[in-house]
Design a protein around this ligand. Structure first.
Ligand SMILES: C[S@@+](CC[C@H](N)C(=O)[O-])C[C@H]1O[C@@H](n2cnc3c(N)ncnc32)[C@H](O)[C@@H]1O
Length: 265
């Protein structure tokens, strides 16, 4: 018998603020084999918990690497809110830590927002440069410092990176070579999609892998992916219709370029 399940809704309904703008709830047809999607989505979202006692400061809780992570959000800025794509990317990093071993790797996060991905990558041993717009950096630094202090091999660096603006001066290729570029929910209806593409293009060198969790909302997102595929090889790692999120791995498409994963083996 066919029926629809509304994956995700049950999870967020435990929270006093049910934010349906952030967690799109798509009907999933179990008959089309979407049960696996629902199961994975449930595993991903189970990393989150809510404080049992409300204190003077509000925060959202997450568990990764067996550690409790507390994230402070603010509703007045996009970047000060944690988006579900970030949890998806963190789940992938944690559950695939052998294949995508971040220990001692140089990692940059674009549009880090509240910092969950930066924090999890740091807990997994990476040297992380966490970047975002200037307005977001205060809250980002607060979350990163509070959750990584005395827990990580390398202290993450939080710094400004406005897509397309002076990226070559801030991150000269001669001294900045990243093994991974991490990005969660950076593609949506904003006017800097070309600048974002150019930033991916500049930072992604021959040995760099991009791990990018993408939330699908409107057509501009689809056309961004099409244009992205012209420059990069793209592998789909997760497809989660119930969350409208896909996770991609990408690497340079230049002539003669090799998959960095194969090159490392
Ligand atoms: C939807 S939020 C995602 C935040 C975080 N990655 C997450 O998944 O929770 C998009 C992020 O991109 C950042 N952003 C938007 N436009 C930007 C730009 N032109 N340059 C750099 N960062 C930008 C925002 O400040 C915000 O942190």
């Amino acid at each position: 018998m066919c029926h629809n399940v509304f994956s995700g809704l049950y999870f967020h309904s435990a929270h006093p603020i049910v934010d349906l703008n952030r967690l799109f709830v798509f009907p999933v047809d179990v008959c089309t084999g979407a049960a696996a999607d629902a199961e994975l989505a449930e595993a991903i979202l189970s990393h989150q918990f809510h404080p049992s006692v409300l204190g003077p400061e509000s925060w959202e809780g997450y568990v990764f690497s067996d550690l409790e992570i507390r994230i402070k959000e603010s509703t007045d800025l996009y970047g000060a809110v944690l988006w579900p794509s970030a949890i998806v990317l963190c789940h992938f990093l944690e559950t695939n830590r052998d294949e995508y071993n971040l220990m001692d790797k140089n990692v940059i996060e674009l549009g880090a927002g509240t910092g969950l991905v930066t924090i999890v990558a740091s807990l997994l041993g990476a040297k992380v440069t966490s970047t975002d717009l200037p307005d977001v950096l205060g809250n980002l630094l607060y979350n990163v410092a509070r959750n990584t202090k005395d827990r990580c091999k390398y202290i993450p660096v939080v710094t400004e990176l406005v897509w397309g603006q002076g990226v070559d001066k801030r991150f000269p290729r001669a001294t900045h070579c990243f093994d991974y570029i991490l990005a969660a929910d950076v593609v949506y209806a904003h006017p800097y999609l070309q600048e974002l593409m150019d930033t991916f293009d500049y930072l992604c060198q021959g040995n760099t892998q991009i791990l990018w969790a993408m939330r699908f909302r409107l057509d501009p997102e689809n056309s961004f992916v099409d244009r992205f595929r012209q420059r990069f090889h793209v592998e789909e790692l997760y497809n989660l219709p119930s969350l409208s999120i896909k996770l991609y791995r990408a690497w340079r498409k230049d002539k003669g370029s090799k998959d960095p994963k194969d090159a490392a083996e």
